[in-house]
Write a protein that binds this ligand. Sequence first.
Ligand SMILES: Nc1ncnc2c1ncn2[C@@H]1O[C@H](COP(=O)(O)OP(=O)(O)OP(=O)(O)O)[C@@H](O)[C@H]1O
Ligand SMILES: Cc1cn([C@H]2C[C@H](O)[C@@H](COP(=O)(O)O)O2)c(=O)[nH]c1=O
Length: 224
Amino acid sequence: MTNGIFISFEGIDGAGKSTHIESLATALRAQGRTVTLTREPGGTPLAEKLRALVLNDAMDALTEALLIFAARRDHLQQVIEPALARGEVVISDRFTDATFAYQGGGRGFDLRVLSTLEQWVQAVPAREGDLVRQPDLTLLFELAPELAAERLAGARVPDRFESQPVEFFRQVAQGYADRASASPGRFARIDAAASKHAVWQQITNTLVRRGWLSIMVPTPEGLR
Ligand SMILES: Nc1ncnc2c1ncn2[C@@H]1O[C@H](COP(=O)(O)OP(=O)(O)OP(=O)(O)O)[C@@H](O)[C@H]1O
Ligand SMILES: Cc1cn([C@H]2C[C@H](O)[C@@H](COP(=O)(O)O)O2)c(=O)[nH]c1=O
């Protein structure tokens, strides 16, 4: 059994994940934890190449799902599992809930196929009992798609997902809500419409309650 901790950040594009993720890594490091900060799709040289394809090249829904799970397999084997085995905190900007939300909810791809791929790809090596790797905690940033689009407007050239209409993101949000309802103990639902300071407090309160941060952490300069 590893005593590493696996935390994922999830939510629709523009919900505020990247704004807070580095600060959480800094807060945990300040309390003596070694933190691996990573992202999906991506996190290894191979997976970053697959990310570029998935975000920019036209493809059908099955090809998209297979490339994302291929990237995840490499990421798990090269980065996530070794870091957890060393007892580190792994924080990933997205993981498999994003696949159920975007490919399942957004694209309407078959959830049973995604579940099968999830079982294969996330099987934990050298463990009896068919353990499937999942985050210990998933922080789900919940924000109305219209507001998320406003926050992103003009910020960067939109990729294949960011250029989707609001209705796509409504379905993605429903996909996330379904995953959260299925695993309520793993998910913490964050009101991402709140100020950056209030969002930060929701995040740190969640980790303090789990005993992973020992004291309340002051709000970092950039989030005040
Ligand atoms: N609580 C907040 N209130 C107002 N604006 C915010 C808040 N959180 C983030 N923002 C702003 O919204 C924009 C998008 O935030 P961010 O890049 O963190 O989103 P994201 O969830 O990481 O998006 P993506 O998944 O597309 O990378 C940024 O300009 C950021 O400063
Ligand atoms: C893991 C994962 C991601 N996506 C989508 C969601 C986002 O639009 C992009 C990643 O961009 P970000 O700025 O790093 O958030 O990829 C997906 O469709 N399926 C997935 O499993």
